[in-house]
Structures are given as structure tokens and as C-alpha cells.
Design a protein around this ligand. Structure first.
Ligand code: PRP
Length: 182
């Protein structure tokens, strides 16, 4: 037991289950992307761990890029106004982008990013998310590749945070309500 485990109500997906799912997603993506010279764009910070695993699971000739956006701050739900806090560092015109996210929740972030990348001249923008919480969707957006569909619970670990903590848990768990005052 590490110091963070006591704050977890239950484990949703173990490290092994995540690894197996990511492996399968990577193979499926390889089939679609092998001739596309894709640019994988990770949305910081939550997606950094998933990004590292999915690009290795999808052995396609590709490159990686990072963008940081802010919509939540430390709030519990998205405000809807998405701001870029660190932009991508290259020309993406004509490129096939695959946006890598840890979670698709209200959809505000990915709805904004998809439009943003298309405006910048991307040839295509597909979405790969480890978790999908469709019950919370406010924008009409769906992922092309989804790891797990999750219920509306406060999930942390494997990149996902609460107040910037718990990102380094190797599994995905539900946070105890008393930890966030729920
Ligand atoms: C989380 C997550 C997505 C976004 C999804 O990011 O990483 O980017 O929220 O929510 P949405 O579908 O409602 O827009 P957060 O703002 O918590 O920042 P983080 O990536 O640094 O954890």
C-alpha cells in the first residue's frame, strides 16, 4: 500500500487491465493509421501517462506533440470556456492528427480542440480517449477509439488527478467522497 491508496474507495481498472486494453487499442489504431503518418497530440497534463503507453502500443511511423489547455482549474466541472495555455509547436497543415486524452467528459475540451486543429489545416482529427463518461456530455462529440466507458464517479489515477494529486497511481480508482468533500 502506498500513501495514496487509503484515499481510494474502489479500484475500477487495475494496472494489468489498463495495459491489456491499451495494447488492444494500439493494435486497432495501427490498422487504421499505418499509412497515415499520424501526429499524436497529447492533451496535458492528464493524458501524459496514457500517451506514453498508447504510442508504444501502436507501432506506426509517427511523431508526437503536446498541447495544454485549461477549462477546469481546480473546479469539479468544466466551465465550457477552453483556453490554450501551451500551444503546439509545429505546422499541422495536411497532417492526420490523433488527439490523445485521458477522459472525455462534458466534451468541451475535445469539441474545442477538434475545431481548433481543423482551422489550423489538419487533414483529419481523430480522437482517442482512455475513458469516456457519456452521461456527462454537453457537446456533440464522440471518440474514435475508447478504452473504457465509465460511470459518473470521481476517477483518479493513471494520469487523472484531484487537485493535481493521484496522477501517479498505476491504476484507475474512485476517490473517497470525504477526500473531495462530497
Ligand atoms: C480533464 C481531462 C480532459 C478534460 C475532459 O482535464 O484531461 O482534458 O478534463 O473534460 P471535458 O470533456 O469536460 O472537457 P483537466 O482540465 O482536469 O486538466 P488536466 O488534464 O491537467 O488534468
Amino acid at each position: 500500500m502506498g500513501a495514496m491508496d487509503q484515499d481510494i474507495l474502489k479500484v475500477l481498472y487495475t494496472e494489468k487491465e489498463i495495459a491489456a486494453r491499451v495494447e488492444r487499442m494500439g493494435k486497432q489504431m495501427y490498422e487504421d493509421l499505418q499509412d497515415k503518418n499520424p501526429l499524436f497530440v497529447s492533451v496535458l497534463r492528464g493524458a501524459f501517462i496514457f500517451m506514453a503507453d498508447i504510442v508504444r502500443a501502436c507501432q506506426v511511423k509517427s511523431d508526437v506533440e503536446f498541447i495544454a489547455v485549461s477549462s477546469y482549474g481546480n473546479a469539479m466541472s468544466s466551465s465550457g470556456a477552453v483556453q490554450i495555455t501551451r500551444d503546439i509547436q509545429q505546422d499541422i497543415s495536411g497532417r492526420n492528427l490523433v488527439v490523445i486524452e485521458d477522459i472525455l467528459d462534458s466534451g468541451n475540451t475535445l469539441f474545442f480542440l477538434k475545431q481548433y486543429f481543423m482551422t489550423k489545416g489538419a487533414a483529419s482529427v481523430s480522437i482517442c480517449t482512455l475513458l469516456d463518461k457519456p452521461s456527462r456530455r454537453a457537446k456533440a462529440i464522440t471518440a474514435d477509439y475508447t478504452g473504457f466507458v465509465v460511470p459518473d464517479e470521481f476517477v483518479v489515477g493513471y494520469g487523472l488527478d484531484y487537485c493535481q494529486k493521484y496522477r501517479n497511481l498505476p491504476y484507475i480508482g474512485v476517490l473517497k467522497p470525504e477526500v473531495y468533500g462530497g
